[in-house]
Design a protein around this ligand. Structure first.
Ligand code: ADP
Ligand code: MG
Ligand code: MG
Length: 879
């Protein structure tokens, strides 16, 4: 018979898929002998069965009852016992952490009768009634969808009535009234009384945790974090422990190192006399762990020793949730903690130094994504005005945008905005995703805003307590300055400073380090980056080239570690003042006119190549012959039409414009992407490719003569059939034969038309190398044009799950990727030493780099700024 429930003592940290991360780690801590309240986990499989069928799998609740009896035996209490009730928490937790996205219900088991038992047993009536009101509130909200605000306003009314500043100051009588009021709210919304059978509470709670897997915000979070939607959540049922039993109790969260900078040493927030999510919600202000050391030195010591053991066990930074009940420490959660990109590098290097992990493992602890993040610019503080205020630097970065007070409006803004809130909650997720940065007036580094922003790599400053946010008036006042929605703010997530207006941004230290402007000196981040990059370079098999068209770009690419140019587009060599020559080429009425235009273009292109080969001396430079349709170099149809019409209306001669207009009309294409471009141009416009080949070869000869080591390669775009390439090759070779003193120049092709991938075996007869143009290959495989579709239907496709990510961002492994695999296999079958690279945008995308490594490519080529990212990721792929 299928088994759906595991006692904590039966699991371990490797069982995340079955028990969820939280359950697997609770089990691991239990095995380690740490103080974890007893409990059990209902598997993700049970959740998947529920989501599939809409009902709880047969036998599940019987199994739950059995395991519950074990918990009862261990605690010496029984669920629902009117004298001394056992209380339970019911907690969600899938394979991947989704902080605050699903549901957790605390204090299950309290009823009108057991609340009195709890009061009598604990000798603390206040505590018992406070727990009961929390249950009704959480249960009502989660299981029955009662609006949270209705409970909140009852609570606020009670506070006002009692003259209490916080909930913790509410006297018992008041709390009893709150419970009565809550029950009325519950009744009014659900049409039934609050359930008085503890087992019913438990089963309803379990079912609603299953359902919370598909809550809107959970779905949105998974999409953002690329977590599959079909995993389901596990449900953890465990005995409650209480942080709200007076000043010798409390609850907290902690990290074994600083998750923002990676600095060694425990870091945490503690809230005295509080339960559950009070800390994370940022509702009351917390104290640091050093304060806990004064309040309760014994628990503090034990906590530090637990944290040390966890680090040893997990060999990484851990974050934990703990509760202290009357001086006794309880562990409620741990996991390998999220961290900023900078902290990831610093911690990986520390762990090598501490002898905990190897260099190879360290490489797996950082990602190309994180390195890309570290290469973002930050504020130029020398040009910044005095900050308005300083909050907690929760997630680094430099964000500039207009103030928005409301998540829905932030999500709809379509402009750079800063989301300003007293605190955030999971409902704010769409706004947080859309905003450049998030600013809150409450909460610490572990508040919802901070945790979620760090996870998304988004700039966040939280707990800026000087801010007076008036959501109704849409103003924020700080030290006498009043700001309104639409005013511009700059947020520095690294220092916590908040500036008025738009502060200029400057390049990241990591970029300056790659540029050679900074040394790694004693900066721990730069030293860590240096160390991991060096190792990545040692282990990677993939070469990393750059897409660069100019000598300046080539030089930067070299500084960033590129070992060649994988794509030099020659289009820019036809722009600017040279347009006129292109016009002459297009309008040429005979060979003489055309040859004259080409002859005028030749020296200009040659000079461009000389500079490029010099910048890339000794390394391959793959030059792509001209690709775009020629009419793209002519003025736009609308402009010409208007100019000709104006001239005619004025009775003037439109002259050259009339000729150009006729040419533009003649050359008009309905689908230019599928029109006269690439190799087709070379076959149709006599002398065009020959001129480019000559410019390349003559430039190489000049460099050789100057003592250089030019290594050009000629790449033919858009080939779909081997005769196209053979024709171009014959023409090119005859040009090359006529030029003295040139190095060997290989001729190859892009693979960017599906037919080329399928006939790669034939094409390799004539091609000495392949380079996948994955932008075109993606467009042509899917049959949609990148320029037209992103705004049109990609959003819908993403929400329907047809894509989890745009195929222009990360290679579509199943479709486009399959063509890549086919072309590699067939190309190499014909020519075993065929060099194969990729030069589309995907060459700098971490997930795609992993794919290209596995597909057996020789190199990836990407924009200069992505070169370090590709190097790192190529190293990770090889590890
Ligand atoms: P999330 O996944 O959103 O962090 P959790 O399941 O961790 O949700 O629950 C949120 C909070 O509820 C915890 O941080 C903890 O403070 C409190 N909590 C959960 N279980 C218990 C328990 N058995 N006893 C006391 N508090 C609990
Ligand atoms: Mg938690
Ligand atoms: Mg292309």
């Amino acid at each position: 018979m299928a088994r759906y429930v595991y006692d904590f003592a039966e699991g371990n940290k490797e069982l995340k898929e079955l028990l969820g991360g939280k359950g697997a780690n609770l089990a691991e801590m239990t095995r380690m002998g740490l103080p974890v309240p007893p409990g059990f986990t209902i598997t993700t499989e049970a959740c998947r069965a529920y989501l599939r069928t809409g009902s709880v799998p047969a036998g599940l609740f019987a199994e739950v009852q059995e395991h519950l009896r074990l918990v009862e035996a261990r605690m010496g209490k029984t669920l629902g016992d009117p004298q001394d009730p056992l209380l339970l928490s019911v907690r969600s937790g899938g394979k991947f952490s989704m902080p605050g996205m699903m549901e957790t219900i605390l204090d299950i088991g309290l009823t009108d009768s057991s609340v009195r038992g709890l009061a009598a047993q604990s000798g603390d009536e206040r505590f018992a009634w406070d727990s009961y009101r929390r249950l009704i509130q959480m249960f009502g909200k989660t299981v029955f969808g009662v609006p949270g605000a209705e409970f909140e306003s009852e609570l606020a009314a009670a506070r006002a009535h009692a003259g209490a500043a916080t909930d913790a100051e509410l006297p018992v009588a008041q709390l009893r009234d709150v419970v009565q009021a809550y029950k009325k709210v519950f009744q009014a919304h659900t049409g039934r009384d609050f359930p008085q059978a503890p087992h019913e509470q438990l089963f309803l709670a379990v079912t609603s945790v299953f359902q919370s897997w598909n809550a809107e915000r959970a779905v949105l979070y998974r999409r953002q974090e690329r977590i599959p939607h079909d995993l389901g959540t596990a449900v953890n049922v465990m005995a409650m422990v209480f942080g709200n039993r007076g000043p010798d109790s409390g609850t907290g969260v902690a990290f074994t190192r600083d998750p923002a900078t990676g600095k060694r040493g425990a870091y945490g927030d503690y809230l005295q006399n509080a339960q559950g999510e009070d800390v994370v919600a940022g509702i009351r202000n917390t104290v640091g762990l050093d304060e806990l050391a004064k309040l309760d030195p014994h628990s503090h010591r034990e906590l530090l020793s637990v944290m040390e053991r966890l680090e040893q066990r997990y060999r990484d930074l851990c974050d934990i949730e703990f509760t202290i009940e009357r001086g006794k420490l309880w562990m409620l959660q741990t996991r390998v903690g999220k961290r900023t990109a900078a902290a990831a590098f610093v911690i990986a290097a520390q762990l090598i130094d501490e002898g905990t992990i190897t260099l190879d493992e360290a490489l797996q602890r950082v990602t190309g994504e994180q390195l890309a993040h570290l290469m973002f610019p930050s504020f130029d503080t020398s040009a910044a005005p005095a900050p308005l205020t300083t909050g907690v630097p929760a997630s680094p970065g430099a964000a500039v945008g207009e103030i928005v007070f409301d998540s829905a409006r932030a999500a709809a803004a379509g402009r750079p905005v800063i989301l300003v809130r007293p605190e955030t909650n999971p409902d704010d997720l769409p706004g947080m995703i859309a905003a450049q940065g998030i600013l809150t007036s409450h909460g610490g580094k572990t508040s919802h805003a901070a945790v979620v922003a760090r996870g998304m790599g988004k700039t966040c400053v939280c707990g800026a307590e000087e801010l007076r946010i008036d959501l109704a008036a849409e103003t924020v006042t700080v030290n006498g300055t009043v700001l309104r929605a639409g005013d511009v703010l700059s947020l520095d997530g690294t220092t916590g400073r908040v500036y008025p207006g738009a502060v200029p941004v400057h390049p990241s230290p990591v970029v300056r380090y790659f540029e050679g402007e900074l040394s790694d000196g004693d900066d721990p981040l730069l030293a860590a980056v240096q160390r991991l990059m060096t190792h990545a370079d040692q282990v990677r098999r993939l070469g990393v080239h750059a897409n660069a068209d100019t000598a300046a770009d080539a030089a930067r690419a070299r500084r960033f570690g590129a070992t060649g140019i994988g794509l030099c587009r020659t289009e820019h060599m036809f722009l600017g003042e040279r347009r006129e020559l292109v016009e002459r080429l297009i309008l040429a009425e005979d060979d003489t006119e055309r040859d004259a235009a080409l002859a005028a273009l030749l020296p200009l292109q040659r000079d461009d190549f000389v500079a490029l080969f010099e910048a890339m001396d000794g390394l391959p430079v793959t030059v792509r012959l001209i690709d775009p349709p020629l009419h793209e170099f002519l003025p736009a149809l609308e402009d010409l039409t208007a100019r000709v019409a104006t001239a005619e209306a004025l009775g003037e001669d439109p002259g050259r414009d009339a000729v150009l207009l006729a040419a533009v009309r003649r050359m008009h294409e309905s689908n230019p992407m599928l029109g006269l471009r690439g190799v087709r141009l070379g076959l149709v416009v006599p002398g065009l490719f020959a001129m480019q080949v000559r410019a390349i070869a003559e430039a190489a000869a000049l460099r050789v003569a100057a003592g250089g080591d030019p290594r050009p390669e000629i790449m033919v775009p858009l080939v779909g059939a081997v005769p196209e390439l053979e024709t171009v090759r014959a023409e090119a070779e005859s040009v090359l034969r006529g030029i003295e003193g040139i190095p060997p120049i290989r001729i190859g092709t892009m693979i960017e038309v599906p037919r080329a991938a399928l006939t790669a075996g034939d094409i390799a007869q004539s091609a000495e190398f392949f380079s996948f143009g994955t932008n075109d290959l993606t467009q042509m495989t899917w049959g949609f044009s990148r320029d037209d579709v992103e705004g049109a239907f990609f959003g819908r496709y993403l929400s329907l799950g047809i894509f989890t990510v745009s195929p222009f961002e990360t290679i579509d492994r199943d479709g486009v990727g399959e063509l890549v695999r086919i072309a590699v296999e067939r190309g190499r079958a014909t020519r075993p030493d065929l060099t194969i690279g990729v030069c589309g945008e995907h060459g700098g995308d971490p997930a795609s780099v992993q794919f290209f490594h596995r597909a057996g490519l020789d190199y990836v080529s990407c924009s200069p700024f992505r070169v370090p990212v590709a190097r790192l990721e190529a190293g990770r792929a090889a590890g």
